[in-house]
Each structure stands twice: as structure tokens, then as C-alpha cells.
Design a protein around this ligand. Structure first.
Ligand SMILES: [Zn+2]
Ligand SMILES: [Zn+2]
Ligand SMILES: [Zn+2]
Length: 164
């Protein structure tokens, strides 16, 4: 298998994909990682991660806020944004900059390069963590005297199910 195939973290889901299995696996992984790192996986942290994994497309912060407002008092916007920052920092979710939204990471808790394929029809996202791509970009940037400290690459296009 080519290394580029091994770099796929999240595929575009096929028809009939059971996303609840992904959700359960992601929550269990987050819980285990928090335990290992000595951090609390609070009810709100769990709930926000659940809400992100409930969907199989990127979720906007205001959608999370609306949903939480309906079920929980005290989940004020700053609290929810802090929770999102926590989930981002620990590598449980990624921010899709072009959509201003969040997705669950298919390989949570590991530092890895992030390349997102964003479908412009259904807004579903596949995630790659390709070291070759990251290295090439870093070399090109470095050659211009630019020190890269964060790189989220987003490609816009059409996914297989939408006929890409
Ligand atoms: Zn899934
Ligand atoms: Zn990831
Ligand atoms: Zn699509």
C-alpha cells in the first residue's frame, strides 16, 4: 500500500455507513486519552464532542450553542468556546477554516499534519494526515525563510458520492 493511503484518517463515508460506531469509538478514545494525560473529561467536554460526532459533516459553533441551550443551563457561549479550544488543543477535533466549523478527528490525540478534503456539495469532509505533503510544504516555506508552526491544508472539491 502506498504511504498516501495509510495517511487517510477519515474516508468519505459510503452509503449506509454506521456513524454511531465512529462516535462511540471517538468518545472512548477521548476518555482514555484524558485519563492518560491526567485531564478531566467533564460532562460538557463529552457532550460537545458527542454533538460534533452526532453528525457526519462539520458543525458550526452556533449550532452547538443552540443545542446545548436547549438541554443545559449554564453552558454560556464562553464556556462552550473554551470547551472547543480544549478539544482542538488535545487533538480530538479539527477546525474546518473554510466552513468555520468543526469535525471530529479520525485519529484523536496524536499530533499529526492535517489535510482536509471538503466537498462543496454535501460539505462532508475526509481527513488526511500525510507526512509527505506536510514535509513538502514545510520545505517550500522554509526555502523562503518562513517558519511554519501550524498547517491545516484544505482542498475544496466534489466527493465520490456527489459525483467527483
Ligand atoms: Zn463514521
Ligand atoms: Zn486528525
Ligand atoms: Zn459530497
Amino acid at each position: 500500500m502506498a504511504s498516501s493511503d495509510q495517511a487517510v484518517v477519515t474516508e468519505f463515508f459510503a452509503e449506509g455507513h454506521d456513524h454511531s460506531a465512529c462516535r462511540e469509538a471517538a468518545l472512548a478514545a477521548a476518555e482514555a486519552i484524558c485519563r492518560t494525560r491526567g485531564m478531566r473529561f467533564t460532562r460538557l467536554r463529552r457532550r460537545v464532542l458527542e454533538l460534533i460526532w452526532d453528525r457526519d459533516y462539520p458543525v458550526k459553533a452556533y449550532e452547538l450553542l443552540e443545542q446545548l441551550r436547549g438541554e443545559r443551563s449554564g453552558a454560556a457561549p464562553p464556556t462552550v468556546y473554551r470547551t472547543l479550544d480544549f478539544l482542538l488543543r488535545e487533538g480530538f477535533i479539527h477546525r474546518v477554516e473554510s466552513l468555520n466549523a468543526y469535525i471530529g478527528c479520525g485519529d484523536p490525540g496524536h499530533a499529526h499534519p492535517v489535510q482536509l478534503l471538503v466537498c462543496r456539495h454535501c460539505y462532508k469532509v475526509a481527513e488526511l494526515a500525510d507526512d509527505d505533503v506536510a514535509r513538502l510544504l514545510q520545505q517550500k516555506a522554509y526555502a523562503r525563510g518562513f517558519a511554519v508552526d501550524a498547517a491545516v491544508v484544505e482542498l475544496e472539491g466534489v466527493c465520490p458520492r456527489c459525483g467527483g
